[in-house]
Design a protein around this ligand. Structure first.
Ligand SMILES: Nc1ncnc2c1ncn2[C@@H]1O[C@H](COP(=O)(O)OP(=O)(O)O)[C@@H](O)[C@H]1O
Ligand SMILES: [Mg+2]
Length: 239
């Protein structure tokens, strides 16, 4: 690893979507995320935040550039390799929680672990209950998630994102669908897990108050990352 604490590195990553006219939506992005960092990603709608998060989350591949996770170059990995790496190193929280509504809170939380191991183990339930307790949902473990409030559901989604003990959680507008108070609470719990477990977070948000409370703010404009020091674009557009 070049930098002993860098868990994620993107070098000159670009992304084009093919079509009648190929459109480049990310232009030469350089990002380094360190162990335990709590980073905000902000930018206007359409600037490429979700595209970047999908690439960091190994859900989509860059069109060019290099990407390293924990010092391992993952540019050349096949789909099975990416899926394995994703399941063991990354957690996801989305704007809409994507929980299974008729399953209980604890079942939703341990599902990624069940998928990884292939059969049920009692420790899955124990770990799931521990995470739910830490996120203020003690007593809600065996409730179907459809009976929980929006904020509670998003807290279940955060516990689910942490069940495999990932190095990095990617959260795409996790408070975007919540009222202000529930959004604040969800943010505080992510911050708390970051401090207690040392998990790094990259959070897309439109809320400047929340962004200001992160360790660092990355700003995307038109598919370019703004240079935090000079407020100028540091990449060259490919089109
Ligand atoms: N699958 C896709 N195919 C073609 N264009 C896409 C696709 N996904 C996103 N885009 C385009 O890429 C740009 C960035 O989108 P997105 O990453 O969703 O931005 P943000 O999350 O910042 O709103 C937009 O112009 C969008 O229309
Ligand atoms: Mg988006």
């Amino acid at each position: 690893m070049n930098n002993s604490t860098a868990i994620f590195q993107l070098r000159q990553v670009s992304k084009s979507y093919p079509g009648a006219v190929s459109i480049e939506v990310l232009h030469g992005i350089d990002i380094s995320i360190n162990q335990g960092e709590f980073v905000a990603l902000v930018g206007p709608s359409g600037s490429g935040k979700s595209t970047l998060l999908n690439i960091l989350g190994l859900l989509d591949r860059p069109s060019s550039g290099v990407m390293e996770i924990l010092g391992q170059d993952c540019t050349g990995l096949d789909d099975a390799g990416l899926t394995k790496l994703r399941g063991r190193s990354l957690g996801f929280v989305f704007q809409f929680h994507h929980l299974l509504p008729s399953f209980t809170a604890e079942e939703n939380v341990f599902l990624p672990m069940l998928a990884d191991i292939g059969h049920f183990k009692p420790e899955m339930r124990t770990r799931s209950r521990d995470l739910l307790g830490r996120i203020g949902l003690e007593g809600f473990e065996t409730r179907p998630v459809s009976s929980l409030s929006g904020g509670q559901q998003q807290r279940v989604a955060i516990a689910r994102a942490l069940i495999m003990n990932p190095v990095l959680v990617l959260a795409d507008e996790p408070t975007g669908n919540l009222d202000r108070a529930s959004g604040q609470q969800v943010f505080e719990f992510m911050r708390q897990f970051n401090r207690e477990l040392g998990t790094a977070f990259l959070i897309v948000t439109h809320d400047s108050n929340l962004a200001a409370r992160c360790d660092r703010i990355l700003t995307l404009v038109d598919g370019c990352l703004m240079d935090g020091n000079t407020n100028s674009e540091t990449c060259l557009k490919g089109d």
